[in-house]
Design a protein around this ligand. Structure first.
Ligand SMILES: Cc1ncc(COP(=O)(O)O)c(C=O)c1O
Length: 405
C-alpha cells in the first residue's frame, strides 16, 4: 500500500491504543485496572445536558459558524474575563472540536515547513506528532536538573533561528507539576522579546490542588495589543469531565483567529452543534462540579502518592494538579515500554510508558478512577516489581504466583 510520507511518520496515539487494549481484555472478562486513562469518572454537569438536549429536542440541528456559535463565544469571553481578568472580543475566540483540534489548527496557521516548536519534557504525547503533522519540527527542552520543572535557560538553550513557537502545559500532563509563576513570567517575556508565539495549553488549569491559584499568563504580558502572539487554549473536556463532547477553544489575536477559522472551515466546519450547546450549559451553569472533581482528585492523588512512596526505589514527584502522576521506576526497569507491557501481562494493570512523554524509566499513572482502583492498582504493581513481595496474589478471584525474579 502506498501511504504518504507524512502518514508513515506519525505514531499512533499510545493512550488511545491502551484504551483499546484494556477494553478488549475487559471484554474477555480479565480483571483489568486502568491507570492509563485520561478522563475523569464523574458525569456531565446537568446544566450541560439540559442545554444540549434542548437543542436536540427542537430537531433543528444545523451547521454553525466555523468558529463557533455566538452563545458559546459569549460564555468563553465571560470565562476568560473571570479566570484571566482579560476582556476579549468574539473575533479573538475560536471554538474547535476539543483542545486538540484548536492546537492542531493553530499549528497549521502559524507554521511554515521546517519551523521549530519548542516544548519542555515531559510533554503531552501529542505535541511532537501534531507539530510534524503541521509540517514543523518538534524540539524538546530537557530540564538540565532532570526535574519536571523547566527553567528559562532550558528553553533558551534550544531556541534558535528556526523557532516559531513555544508550548507550555501547566499543570502538566504527564507529571502533574504546576510550573512556577516565575518560570511562566520569564517565558512570556522571552517570547515577547524574540517575537515567538507562546501557546499556553491550560487544559488542566482549574484542576490544581493544595489551595494553589492557577497561573494567569496574561498577568506577565507587556504586549496585550492586537499583535500579541500569546495564545491560550482551554476546553471543557477535563474540568467538566466532558471529554466525549469534543469542545475546546483558543483565544488569540484576531488575525490568527481569522486564519484558524479559514483552515477549520475547510477541514471540519464548526464543531458539532449539540456539543457546543452543552459547553454553553457547562460554562454558564452551576460550577460546583469542578470543585467536587478537584477535591476528589486531590484525595486520590494523596492516596496514590502515599502508596507509591511505600514502594522501595520508586521516586515520586508530588503532582500539584491534573489527574496524573509520573513516578520514576528506573530502579526496577529503565525501559518503560517493557515495564508497562509486563504490568499489563502479569497483573492486568494499564499504565502509559514514560518514553511516550519524553522520559524513559517513568510510567504515567492516572488517579481519575476510584480509590479502590488506585489502591488495588498500586498494590498489584508493587507485588509485580518488588522482589520482596509475597509469592501469591489474588486478583479478580484468580490466584497469581510469582514465577519471575
Ligand atoms: C495537555 C493536553 N492538552 C490537550 C488535550 C486535548 O484535550 P481535548 O480532549 O479537549 O481535545 C489533552 C488531552 O488529553 C491534554 O492532556
Amino acid at each position: 500500500m502506498s501511504l504518504s510520507q507524512l502518514a508513515r511518520s506519525i505514531a499512533e496515539s499510545p493512550t488511545l491504543k491502551l484504551n483499546e487494549t484494556a477494553a478488549l481484555l475487559r471484554e474477555k472478562g480479565e480483571p483489568v485496572i486502568h491507570l492509563g486513562g485520561g478522563e475523569p469518572k464523574s458525569k456531565t454537569p446537568m446544566d450541560a445536558i439540559l442545554s444540549c438536549t434542548s437543542v436536540l429536542n427542537t430537531g433543528d440541528v444545523k451547521y454553525t459558524p466555523a468558529d463557533g456559535i455566538p452563545a458559546l463565544k459569549k460564555a468563553i469571553i465571560r470565562y476568560t474575563e473571570e479566570h484571566y481578568g482579560r476582556l476579549v472580543a468574539p473575533e479573538n475566540v475560536i471554538v474547535s472540536s476539543g483542545a486538540k483540534q484548536s492546537i492542531m489548527v493553530l499549528l497549521h496557521t502559524i507554521l511554515d515547513p521546517k519551523d521549530e516548536v519548542v516544548f519542555p519534557s515531559p510533554y503531552w504525547v501529542s505535541y511532537p506528532e501534531m507539530v510534524k503533522l503541521a509540517g514543523g519540527v518538534p524540539v524538546v527542552a530537557h530540564p538540565k536538573d532532570g526535574s519536571f520543572q523547566p527553567t528559562i535557560e532550558d528553553i533558551a538553550e534550544v531556541v534558535g533561528s528556526y523557532t516559531k513557537a513555544i508550548i507550555l502545559n501547566s499543570p502538566n500532563n504527564p507529571s502533574g507539576v504546576v510550573y512556577s509563576k516565575e518560570f511562566i513570567a520569564q517565558v512570556v517575556e522571552f517570547c515577547e522579546k524574540k517575537s515567538l508565539y507562546l501557546i499556553m495549553d491550560d487544559t488542566y488549569n482549574r484542576l490544581i490542588f493544595d489551595g494553589q491559584t492557577p497561573t494567569n499568563c496574561y498577568e506577565y504580558a507587556k504586549d496585550l495589543t492586537e499583535s500579541s502572539k500569546l495564545i491560550v487554549v482551554n476546553c471543557v473536556s477535563k474540568m467538566y469531565a466532558m471529554t466525549g463532547f469534543r469542545i475546546g477553544w483558543a483565544v488569540a489575536n484576531k488575525q490568527v483567529v481569522r486564519a484558524m477559522t479559514n483552515i477549520q472551515s475547510q477541514e471540519t466546519s464548526g464543531p458539532a452543534t449539540p456539543s457546543q450547546w452543552a459547553a454553553v450549559g457547562a460554562l454558564n451553569g452551576i460550577q460546583s462540579s469542578i470543585q467536587a472533581l478537584r477535591m476528589t482528585l486531590e484525595n486520590n492523588r494523596n492516596v496514590m502518592v502515599a502508596r507509591l512512596n511505600a514502594i522501595p526505589g520508586v521516586k515520586v514527584t508530588k503532582p500539584g494538579g491534573t489527574f496524573y502522576c509520573f513516578p520514576d521506576f528506573s530502579a526496577y526497569n529503565k525501559e518503560s515500554q517493557k515495564l508497562a507491557q509486563f504490568l499489563l501481562d502479569k497483573v492486568r494493570v494499564v499504565t502509559v510508558p514514560g518514553k511516550e512523554f519524553g522520559r524513559e524509566g517513568h510510567l504515567r499513572l492516572s488517579y481519575c478512577g476510584t480509590l479502590g482502583e488506585i489502591k488495588q492498582g498500586i498494590e498489584r504493581i508493587q507485588w509485580a516489581i518488588d522482589p520482596n513481595s509475597a509469592n501469591e496474589l489474588y486478583i479478580g478471584g484468580r490466584k497469581l504466583v510469582r514465577d519471575w525474579a
